[in-house]
Design a protein around this ligand. Structure first.
Ligand SMILES: *Cc1c(COP(=O)(O)O)cnc(C)c1O
Length: 366
């Protein structure tokens, strides 16, 4: 049986009582031709030489952007079958992580929970906000440890539980049954970070936000969508939680340019064909690496990267770097492990060649 949760009770008292900043663009709702309400420069795009400001494909940069990004939310909602009011948009999903901590965790008092090894930003963000972090490590096969989690929830009543699925850096998605057990046990919000779920859409928990008001799903346009430089991420949850995030975000957290470019990209065809290619390359890389001398283990992946354990990960890391190939050293998270992002077929080929040459004496004369 699912539990009802009182969001108003979970949120910090000062946030519940906060009267948010109301911008000029928030307060005026009607239609008008003359805007003298926001102290803007009336001359559009004067910085761009030759621009008349009448080119409709460019946002008028002299005007403040829509603080609630309604057009973009409409387009994302259509694409992902979501109601716009269930969507929060942020300057990367990292902004949502920070705002969730700030909204729900009283500094120096409330706790959040993570399951290591996982994405490092939860810990950094909790540290910045002076929120104590409880760590309940994943099991050997990188799944949530349900009995330990149930005990930790009883002992610490964490306001937020961060799960990452598919998990960074291990690559695997979390089991549905395990996540449901956590949702049932939790006394606070459960955040599932789905930065990589476009690579395993059938394992997404996005639809479950309808059923569970305590569930918040994070998504990003930085990975599969290829827009890391744009900085656009989202949180999807019940209207009450989303309203709280909107209330405390900086009023203009997404620039006109970000909204315009994202709208264009999202309205066009998505990255499906690239995703297919990346998955095929990931499987090919995994197969090749598994057979290599010096490779101890290649973990299964639902994402666009592989976590690989080497006989001597430090040597592999350094030799790859010397050849101009940068991978991520995750040996402090998982013993001897490097995290390797799937690149283009040429990049992957170069990677395999270099690794092979490390473990095969006299490889270069072949
Ligand atoms: C890359 C990544 C993010 C960051 O997303 P941004 O939208 O670029 O801030 C969030 N979570 C995980 C697990 C990631 O790997």
């Amino acid at each position: 049986m699912k539990k009802n949760i009182d969001i108003g009770f979970l949120v910090r008292e000062n946030i519940r009582k906060l009267k948010p900043y109301s911008s000029a663009r928030d307060e005026f709702k009607g239609k008008a031709d003359i805007f003298l309400d926001a102290n803007e420069n009336p001359y559009p795009n004067y910085l761009r030489s030759g621009s008349t400001g009448e080119d409709r494909s460019e946002p008028p940069m002299n005007r403040y952007p829509d603080p609630l990004q309604s057009q973009l939310k409409e387009a994302i909602g259509k694409r992902m079958s979501l109601q716009p009011k269930k969507i929060f948009l942020g300057n990367g999903s990292d902004e949502a992580i920070d705002l969730l901590l700030r909204a729900f965790c009283e500094p120096g008092q409330d706790r959040a929970l993570i399951c290591s090894p996982t994405y490092g930003m939860y810990k950094v963000s909790a540290g910045i906000n002076d929120v104590q972090l409880i760590d309940v490590p994943l099991t050997q096969d990188f799944q949530p440890d349900i009995p330990s989690l149930q005990k930790a929830i009883l002992d610490y009543s964490p306001k937020l539980i961060f799960l990452c699925s598919p998990n960074n850096p291990t690559g695997n998605a979390m089991d549905k049954e395990a996540v449901e057990a956590i949702l049932k046990a939790s006394t606070g919000l459960v955040i599932i970070d789905e930065a990589y779920s476009d690579f395993a859409p059938d394992k997404s928990f996005l639809d479950s936000t309808e059923e569970w008001p305590q569930l918040v799903v994070l998504k990003t346009f930085s990975k599969a969508w290829g827009m890391a430089g744009l900085r656009l991420g989202m949180a999807v949850g019940c209207e009450e939680v989303i309203d709280i995030l909107n209330k405390i975000k900086p009023p203009y957290n997404l620039s006109s340019i970000v909204q315009e470019v994202a709208l264009e990209q999202i309205s066009e065809c998505g990255p499906e064909s690239e995703i297919g290619e990346i998955i095929a390359e990931r499987n090919r890389l995994r197969e090749s690496l598994t057979q290599m001398e010096g490779v101890l283990e290649v973990f299964p992946s639902d994402a666009n990267f592989l976590l690989v354990r080497f006989r001597n990960s430090e040597e592999v890391f350094n030799k790859l770097r010397d050849q101009g190939i940068v991978v991520r050293d995750r040996s402090s998270y998982v013993k001897d492990a490097l995290r390797i992002t799937v690149g283009t077929p040429q990049e992957n080929q170069a990677l395999l060649y270099q690794i092979e040459s490390i473990f095969t004496p006299n490889f270069s004369i072949h």
